[in-house]
Design a protein around this ligand. Structure first.
Ligand code: HMG
Ligand code: MG
Length: 302
């Protein structure tokens, strides 16, 4: 039997990663979503992005969303902060955690944040300074950890180099993004085998998009290797606006069902979570991509 972690931290990214790539939805629906996620027991919610509204118009109301929901001391709210301007806005809006983001691929970094990887690291220095002065934690994302939509395969050594840069900047945790969902368990195992020789498991999170339906099995592989932080999006919402063809993140409902089946604690009420997903999907006019969500809906209706 594998040595699974006893408890897993879920970082719910549906309100950001999910909604950044869906049709525009009313601010009130986003606020209701964040409240419903909280009620379902999620303690780490990425609620928006302080990015250029010209680049990602869906996130333009992030301040209103973050101001609009009911805050609780035991729930950490994070937001993307690509530069000092974004960090200042996040600070003004009492965000608990900043998330900086770069990639292991030069081409993707250029398309996503309009600079090189090296320039992105320089751009993050004042973001981290501002965070540290205000006792705010900083999370780092590395996108394209397995493959890039523009450059193809990405080598684990490239990922390690960027992770090390983000850690030495001051990130407390690195989220490894399989942005276009091309990873398979073997690739994930190869990547984590290298990273874990240099970085403790408790500083790493996994962030799988489910484009090729491999996200859950990849998460299972990561859990077996000691990773205990998983990013996911309710109802499997979203994709990435700068990664054509990328589908949404793995659905939180599916991750919670897997964790419950493995006897791993995550503190989430699956039924409430599924309801949060149905409501936002109704607002978006779409069906959840989560199989667990669909199965629960049938059970509820029968
Ligand atoms: P730029 O055009 O090079 O920047 O964009 P700039 O400094 O020249 O600014 C251009 C305009 O944007 C100016 O406005 C700025 O004021 C404004 P103008 O003078 O033209 O009216 N601006 C801002 N406005 C609001 N908030 C800000 C901000 N910064 C500048 N923070 C920039 C550079 C980084 C801003 C841009 O490329 C950008 O916003 N990119 C964000 C892209 C994005 O959000 N992508 C999706 C998230 S990443 C992702 O999904 C992957 C992840 O999920 C992990 C995974 O799956 O792998 C995290
Ligand atoms: Mg993502």
């Amino acid at each position: 039997m594998a040595d699974y972690p006893a408890r897993v931290k879920i970082v719910e990214v549906g309100a950001r990663d999910g909604l950044q790539n869906e049709v525009s939805v009313a601010t009130e629906a986003k606020i209701a979503l964040v409240n419903a996620l909280k009620d379902a027991g999620l303690k780490h919610i990425e609620a928006g992005a302080f990015v250029s509204p010209k680049w990602v118009p869906q996130m333009a109301d992030s301040a209103a969303v973050i101001q609009g929901f009911t805050r609780s001391d035991d729930v950490e709210i994070s937001a993307l902060t690509p530069n000092l301007k974004g960090a200042e806005l996040a600070l003004e809006n009492q965000v608990d955690e900043f998330a900086i983001f770069t990639a292991a691929s030069e081409a993707f970094t250029q398309k996503n944040i309009n600079c090189t990887i090296e320039q992105s690291i320089e751009r993050f220095r004042p973001v981290v300074d501002l965070a540290q002065k205000n006792n705010i934690k900083v999370r780092g994302y590395v996108s394209c950890v397995v493959g890039c939509p523009y450059q193809g395969a990405v080598q684990p050594e490239q990922v390690l180099a960027v992770c090390k840069q983000l850690l030495s900047l001051g990130c407390y945790e690195i989220s490894l993004g399989d942005t276009i969902g091309v990873g398979t368990p073997k690739k994930v195992q190869q990547l984590l085998t290298l990273l874990l020789q240099h970085i403790p498991a408790d500083k790493l999170a996994v962030h799988f998009h489910d484009t090729y339906g491999q996200a859950l099995t990849n998460i299972h592989t990561a859990l077996q290797m000691g990773i205990a932080t998983v990013d996911s999006a309710v109802a499997g919402l979203g994709g990435c606006p700068y990664a054509k063809g990328a589908s949404g993140n793995v659905a939180t409902e599916d991750v919670v069902y897997l964790l419950q089946g493995l006897g791993i604690e995550c503190g989430i009420d699956l039924e409430r979570l599924a309801k949060a997903g149905w409501t936002i999907c109704d607002a978006l006019g779409k069906t959840p991509s989560s199989k667990v969500s669909l199965a629960l809906k049938q059970t509820c209706q029968s």
